[in-house]
Design a protein around this ligand. Structure first.
Ligand code: PMP
Length: 432
């Protein structure tokens, strides 16, 4: 069956809102290292890593062996009503890495479920259904998380069980405070937080949930210290801080293991998913024990923490720690940023280059500076034609997102930079 036949069948039976990349969507059938191969035999360097799910890359022996050993035992899963050894070991490791005092961990199957759980815990603990979220945020696609997501393109329903108020500090490149210095920006956003609390809430808010670097929103990096300034205000009101580390966790930002650590604060809870499974479905919440244990009814996730996912995740975590992939993310990320800033100087279709570690956003603009989603679409096609897969994002769909596996090599960084330069030049040229 050809890719076009598969596409027709896909369109007929799957929802219209299930987004597909590329004019001619890809079917990946094989993968190795940082490269994936489609059904026509074309191989691509993968700079989106399945939306940051492949922290380490493809076909990693240590991870495949750990999964295979579990499969060979015959037990894919029975139930989390029984003890699961790898679940306990993985939870101990994440609790310790979290830096959260007396931390406990609950495993889910996705980032959405992780955030739903964190919101449920925080609203229950604080006996309030009010939460704060950042403008231009993304937190998932279930009832609470879709409602609080601060980006209308991804928020199909406003019928959320929580009442949300939005705070500034998400999308600095285009927000109201964009012309301020770092220190003044932090002050303005903190004043806004206070104002939002005093004017749109009754004060007894459960939590602020925030991505330390916005993912879907276009890899927006707030000034270091923003969340420390926020936390001072939150502490005055007794409001909890939930850091959504679904994209920023596991050392991807290069500087720190968790994105929130750039701000020098310890949150009450962190949520995680994506990279931990290196492709397997796993997510979770790590929270202060008192918060985690604040619900008294029974609750269970049938598949959350299952033996296959936790075996794969444990092997992934061990691999990324023992190979200092955080250090490599810092090194390759710095090279990419420098190379892309150089490209930005030469082609004015690039309005902004930003990021930390291996989370780098390239915002594309029209000559008058307005967002150019069409340029982003074209860069996706041009890079694909040259053998590179990249992501897209941003409120206006005009940001190219680069987030390769963290095992990226020097040669691959150079190869990607050259393809990006050629592709951006082609898009700039097509505009004339
Ligand atoms: N939080 C963030 C920051 C995300 O980027 C995502 C997914 N893009 C989610 C939550 C939801 O995760 P999932 O798709 O695994 O439900």
């Amino acid at each position: 069956m050809s890719e076009s036949e598969l596409l027709a069948r896909h369109r007929a039976v799957l929802p219209n809102w299930l987004a597909l990349y590329y004019d001619e969507p890809l079917e990946i059938v094989r993968a190795q290292g940082r490269r994936v191969t489609d059904s026509s035999g074309t191989t691509y360097l993968d700079f989106f890593a399945g939306i940051l799910t492949n922290a380490i890359g493809y076909d990693v022996a240590e991870i495949s062996d750990a999964i295979r050993a579990q499969v060979d035992s015959g037990v894919l899963h029975t139930s989390t009503l029984y003890l699961v050894r790898k679940q306990v070991e993985l939870a101990e490791q994440i609790a310790q890495l979290s830096g959260i005092p007396d931390a406990k961990v609950f495993f889910t199957n996705s980032g959405t479920e992780a955030n739903e759980t964190a919101l449920m815990l925080a609203t229950q603990y604080r006996r309030s259904n009010q939460v704060l979220a950042m403008r231009n945020s993304y937190h998932g696609r279930a009832f609470a998380t879709i409602g609080i997501t601060g980006n209308r393109g991804w928020s199909a329903s406003s019928l959320s069980p929580v009442k949300v108020s939005y705070v500034q500090g998400g999308y600095r490149y285009r927000d109201a405070f964009r012309n301020l210095s770092d220190a003044d920006y932090v002050r303005a956003c903190t004043d806004d937080l206070r104002d939002v609390l005093e004017t749109t809430t009754s004060g007894d808010v459960a939590a602020l949930i925030a991505e330390p670097i916005q993912g879907v929103g276009g890899f927006n990096v707030p000034p270091d210290g923003l969340f420390a300034a926020f936390k001072e205000v939150l502490d005055e009101y007794g409001i909890l801080l939930i850091s959504d580390e679904v994209q920023t966790g596991w050392g991807r930002t290069g500087e720190h293991f968790w994105g929130i650590q750039a701000h020098g604060v310890t949150p009450d809870a962190m949520t995680f998913a994506k990279g931990l499974g290196n492709g397997l479905a796993i997510g979770g919440v790590v929270a202060r024990g008192e918060l985690m244990d604040s619900i008294t009814a029974n609750s269970i996730s049938t598949f959350g923490g299952n033996p296959v996912s936790t075996a794969g995740a444990k092997a992934t975590l061990d691999y990324l720690l023992s190979h200092d992939l955080q250090g490599n993310a810092a090194k390759q990320g710095a090279r990419l940023l420098t190379g892309l800033r150089d490209i930005a100087e030469r082609y004015d279709v690039v309005g902004d280059v930003r990021g930390k570690g291996l989370m780098i956003g390239v915002e594309l603009v029209e000559p008058d500076g307005v967002p150019s989603p069409e340029s982003a679409r074209l860069v996706l096609e041009e890079t694909r034609a040259r053998g590179l897969l990249v992501g897209k994002g941003g409120l206006h769909g005009n940001v190219i997102r680069l987030a390769p596996p963290m095992t990226l090599t020097d040669d691959e960084t150079g190869e990607a930079l050259e393809i990006l330069r050629e592709s951006i030049a082609a898009v700039q040229e097509a505009r004339k």
